[in-house]
Design a protein around this ligand. Structure first.
Ligand code: 6PG
Length: 261
């Protein structure tokens, strides 16, 4: 998987730069089609980004009626559960900005049959998103994190969803979590106009080293299986980047950026 890497001094700077990038892609998308379709990632890392986006000086620059928010994956928990990706995004962003409720596409985790819940969500992707020439729902931006085992979204090593080439969103039993997850699949990720990975923290240093220096032997990690047809970027903080060489070590943002505190 090829991605432009940018390294920032800490996770706050990563979040600040990611908010700027989010805003750039939002503007470009709205100019292009009048709408901005984004898949939010879950876990802990993106919370800071969502908080930056909800800051008044940033939020007021966005026409939230034109923003359509989906989730790249969801856990098998109620939407008000502490582990819910929807709940995290709602608390950090969605409850603080004037985005119309119909523009927020929550995975219906109350549907107990996970494959049915995933099928319904896939239908909403198909009905709502523009599609590519090869009939794949296309996001303007897919936000992704990376787990310490190289998973991204809920595409975990050794799970059958990694081979899923026809479905756009599916349920998968993740033995590592002893539970079901629901996730976008590689076809949707690969067809996104922009992919932005956010990876911070020293616990991610080992996996970043592994991703960026793929060994000749052994299966590819899920994150390495992504073949972006659009633009892919990976924003790292120094802790996650460790000693990797890159041509683009980011500097401090200048003060007139929309997200500068
Ligand atoms: C999830 C995410 C998952 C996440 C990675 C990294 O539902 O957990 O979609 O893919 O991005 O596990 O999580 P952290 O940001 O918490 O390290």
């Amino acid at each position: 998987m090829h991605a432009e890497i940018k390294i920032f001094e800490d996770k706050e700077r990563v979040a600040e730069a990611a908010a700027r990038r989010w805003f750039e892609i939002y503007k470009e998308s709205v100019e292009k089609s009048g709408s901005f379709f984004v898949a939010l990632s879950g876990g802990a890392t993106p919370r800071l980004l969502y908080r930056f986006l909800s800051r008044p000086e940033m939020a007021k620059k966005i026409d939230w009626k034109r923003v359509h928010v989906f989730f790249g994956d969801e856990r098998s928990v109620p939407s008000d559960h502490p582990d819910s990706n929807f709940r995290m995004a709602k608390e950090a962003l969605l409850a603080h900005v004037p985005i119309p409720r119909p523009n927020i596409f929550r995975v219906e985790t109350e549907v107990s049959e996970r494959r049915e819940a995933a099928f319904r969500y896939e239908q909403r992707l198909i009905e709502t998103l523009p599609e590519t020439d090869d009939n794949v729902p296309q996001f303007d931006l897919v936000l992704l994190g990376v787990g310490v085992d190289g998973h991204t979204a809920s595409l975990f090593p050794g799970t059958d969803i990694l081979q899923q080439k026809k479905r756009f969103f599916d349920a998968v039993y993740v033995k590592q979590k002893a539970d079901w997850r629901m996730s976008i699949t590689f076809p949707v990720i690969n067809h996104a106009r922009h992919i932005l990975f956010l990876v911070t923290g020293s616990d991610k240093k080992a996996i970043i080293q592994k991703i960026l220096s793929p060994s000749r032997s052994g299966p590819l990690l899920p994150v390495q299986m992504i073949s972006p047809l659009g633009q892919a970027q990976m924003y790292l903080d120094a802790d996650a980047a460790g000693k990797i060489e890159t041509d683009s070590v980011a500097t401090k943002p200048n003060s007139n950026d929309p997200v500068s505190p």
